[in-house]
Design a binder for this molecule. Structure first.
Ligand SMILES: Cc1ncc(COP(=O)(O)O)c(C=O)c1O
Length: 355
C-alpha cells in the first residue's frame, strides 16, 4: 500500500482518499491546543495529558492509560511491556503490527513474531491461535501474547471470536492486546460501548489521529502495573514528551466532538462503494465496507496510472498494487458527501465508462 501511495506537496485543497490520517486540525481543535494547560509530562506534571489518559482509560474500562506519540509507538510499547527477548507474540499476517511497523518488536525487543492467516471476516480463529501456542520446550520461543486488530481493514471484528481468542490466551497464561487504532469506528458501527468491545483484552492501543481527527497521539491502556512498565518502555523509545498537553488537548477535543460524526464517514464510504461497484472494471465487495474504508480490486485497464488521472482531477488515490491491483479509498472528517460525485466521475473517466 505505501509504495503505491502518492506523495503530494500541497494536498490542502485536494480530495484526499489515501487515509483517515490526512485530516487537518479544525479551528476548534487549534483553539483547544492554544488554551491547553501544560506541564512537564515526563515528570507527570501535565494536567491535560493526565486528563486525556484518564478519559481514554475510563472509556475503555481499563485502570490506566499512557499517552504516546503514535499507534506504532503504542503497539511497540505494549509488546515491550508484555514480552521479553525470546518470547513470541501471535498475530495475523495482514495486521498492522507485523506488516506496517518496521518489524519493531523483533528489531528492538527481540520478540519473535508468529503470524497466522486471517479468516474470511478478517479475524484470527481462536482455534488457530490455540494450535499455534508453543509447548514448553527448549526448541521453542515462549508464547506470551496474542494481538488482534479491531477494526481491521475497516471491518468490525466478530466479538465472539475475539472473546474466544482471549479465553484461549488466558487459559495458556498469555495476554491479549487489541490494536484499536480505529476502535471508535467499531463502536459507532456496532452501537456497542468501547469498554464492552475490549472487556476481554488485557491491553488496548487507541488512536486519536485516525478518524477522530487529531494530528498526533494514541493512548495505551491496561492494568496499573502494566502501565507502570509501559512508561519505562515509552521512555526507552524516546517517547517521553514534555509539554505534551498541547497535543493531548487535541485528543480531548476529538473525543468530545468527533466520535458521533464517524457515522457520516461510514455512510459516505458505503454510498461511494455502492456507486463504484456498478463499474464492471472495479471489483468491490460492498459487504466488507462496515466503516470508512473501501477496498477495490481493479480489473479494468483504465487510461494510464489511476493516481495521475485522479490527481489531474483534484483527488489523491493510491495507485492499485499487488496481484489483484488493489487500491483503498478512505472517508474521513475532511471528506464531504458532495465529494462522492467527483470520485465516481474520476473513476468513470479513467475507465472510459459511460455513466
Ligand atoms: C490498525 C493500525 N494500527 C496501528 C497504526 C499505526 O498508527 P501510526 O500511524 O499512528 O503509527 C495504524 C496506522 O494507520 C493502523 O492502521
Amino acid at each position: 500500500m505505501y509504495a503505491s501511495m502518492p506523495k503530494v506537496a500541497n494536498s490542502n485543497r485536494l480530495i484526499d482518499l489515501r487515509s483517515d490520517t490526512v485530516t487537518r486540525p479544525s479551528a476548534g481543535m487549534r483553539e483547544a491546543m492554544a488554551n491547553a494547560e501544560v506541564g512537564d509530562d515526563v515528570f507527570g506534571d501535565d494536567p491535560t495529558v493526565s486528563a486525556l489518559e484518564e478519559r481514554v482509560a475510563d472509556l475503555l474500562g481499563k485502570e490506566e492509560g499512557v499517552f504516546v506519540s503514535s499507534g506504532t509507538q503504542s503497539n511497540l510499547t505494549a509488546l515491550l511491556s508484555h514480552c521479553g527477548r525470546g518470547d513470541e507474540y501471535i498475530g495475523g499476517t495482514e495486521y498492522h503490527i507485523p506488516k506496517m511497523e518496521a518489524g519493531g518488536a523483533a528489531v528492538l525487543g527481540g520478540i519473535s513474531p508468529r503470524h497466522l492467516p486471517l479468516n474470511e471476516k478478517g479475524g484470527l480463529n481462536a482455534a488457530d491461535v490455540e494450535a499455534a501456542i508453543q509447548d514448553d520446550d527448549p526448541h521453542y520461543a515462549v508464547s506470551k501474547l496474542v494481538c488482534v486488530e479491531n477494526t481491521f481493514n475497516g471491518m468490525v471484528m466478530d466479538q465472539g471470536e475475539i472473546q474466544r481468542t482471549a479465553a484461549v490466551a488466558h487459559a495458556n497464561d498469555m495476554k491479549l492486546h487489541i490494536d484499536g487504532a480505529r476502535l471508535m469506528n467499531a463502536v459507532v458501527k456496532s452501537g456497542t460501548p468501547a469498554s464492552d468491545l475490549v472487556a476481554c483484552a488485557d491491553t488496548v492501543s487507541f488512536c486519536l489521529s485516525k478518524g477522530l481527527g487529531a494530528p498526533v497521539g494514541s493512548v495505551l491502556c491496561g492494568p496499573k502495573q502494566f502501565i507502570y512498565r509501559a512508561r519505562r518502555a515509552r521512555k526507552m523509545l524516546g517517547g517521553g514528551l514534555r509539554q505534551a498537553g498541547v497535543l493531548a488537548a487535541c485528543g480531548l477535543y476529538a473525543l468530545q466532538h468527533n466520535v458521533d460524526r464517524l457515522a457520516e464517514d461510514h455512510a459516505n464510504a458505503h454510498a461511494m462503494a455502492l456507486r463504484l461497484a456498478e463499474f464492471p472494471g472495479l471489483n468491490i465487495d460492498v459487504s466488507t465496507v462496515h466503516t470508512n474504508m473501501i477496498w477495490i480490486d481493479v480489473s479494468g485497464e483504465g487510461q494510464g496510472p489511476l493516481s495521475d488521472h485522479m490527481l489531474s482531477r483534484g483527488m489523491i488515490v493510491p495507485e492499485p498494487g499487488g496481484a489483484n491491483r488493489t487500491t483503498r479509498l478512505v472517508a474521513h472528517l475532511d471528506f464531504e458527501t458532495a465529494d462522492i460525485d467527483a470520485v465516481v466521475d474520476g473513476f468513470a473517466s479513467w475507465l472510459g465508462a459511460a455513466q
